[in-house]
Design a protein around this ligand. Structure first.
Ligand SMILES: CC(C)(COP(=O)(O)OP(=O)(O)OC[C@H]1O[C@@H](n2cnc3c(N)ncnc32)[C@H](O)[C@@H]1OP(=O)(O)O)[C@@H](O)C(=O)NCCC(=O)NCCS
Length: 190
């Protein structure tokens, strides 16, 4: 197992071929996909032929950024994933994009916040990151709350094509960011 990061309760590790079922199950929950696809599950074929290969390609570009499978340390259970990767839609070179998707049974226990804070800490202290950004649907209150608890602040609200099937899409997408100079590691203790 290739471990990228450990927190008090989580192990973040590289994905492997053996995670196909985990990803199919995660994306098979309409509640998980509510603000991503409007609830539509990701077909197994797409996980196998598009998603997993894309994750592996990213690992080939270096050890520091990518998608990390999250496991609960106490049980070894697959909880979902975090990503911390070059921000493709971003206006600035070098921005790193934070994201997460967890199984419903793992929600509400602070896991998304714990993983996000740990990634931000590693990014600013070990990986030379200067700015962390994130996007979510304006209506995705839980995700916005995680970003705020991790220290990011709202940059802008904008509209993106192709999201009509997603609940609340009329309210658009929000972009959040945190620059290294504004980072307060003591937030991690709260
Ligand atoms: C977003 C997500 C990762 C949050 O995971 P989590 O581990 O439950 O998050 P945390 O427990 O760290 O924090 C969630 C916060 O949102 C709050 N919250 C959750 N649902 C909420 C809601 N419907 N309205 C208001 N606040 C809400 C929680 O109370 C908590 O804040 P608090 O600590 O101040 O009470 C999880 O809900 C998820 O995987 N959702 C589906 C995928 C998704 O939408 N990913 C984000 C796409 S950008």
């Amino acid at each position: 197992m290739l471990i990228f990061l450990e927190t008090d309760r989580l192990t973040l590790r590289r994905f492997t071929e053996a995670d196909e079922d985990n990803l199919v199950e995660l994306d098979g929950d309409p509640e998980v996909m509510r603000f991503l696809s409007g609830g539509r599950p990701t077909p197994r074929e797409e996980v196998r032929s598009r998603i997993l290969p894309a994750l592996f390609r990213q690992y080939g570009q270096g050890p520091d950024f990518g998608f990390w499978a999250a496991e609960e340390k106490s049980t070894g259970r697959f909880l979902g994933w975090f990503h911390f990767r070059p921000y493709k839609n971003g206006p600035r070179d070098g921005d790193i994009e934070l994201g997460y998707r967890l199984r419903r049974s793992a929600w509400g226990r602070g896991y998304a916040t714990e993983g996000s804070r740990a990634l931000i800490h590693k990014g600013f202290t070990d990986l030379g990151v200067e700015r962390v950004v994130a996007e979510t649907m304006t209506a995705n209150t839980a995700s916005r709350r995680v970003l705020e608890k991790a220290g990011l602040t709202l940059v802008r609200t904008f509209h993106r094509e192709g999201l009509d099937a997603v609940e609340g899409s009329e309210h658009g997408v929000v972009e959040y960011a945190l620059i290294k100079a504004d980072w307060k590691p003591e937030l991690e203790e709260l």
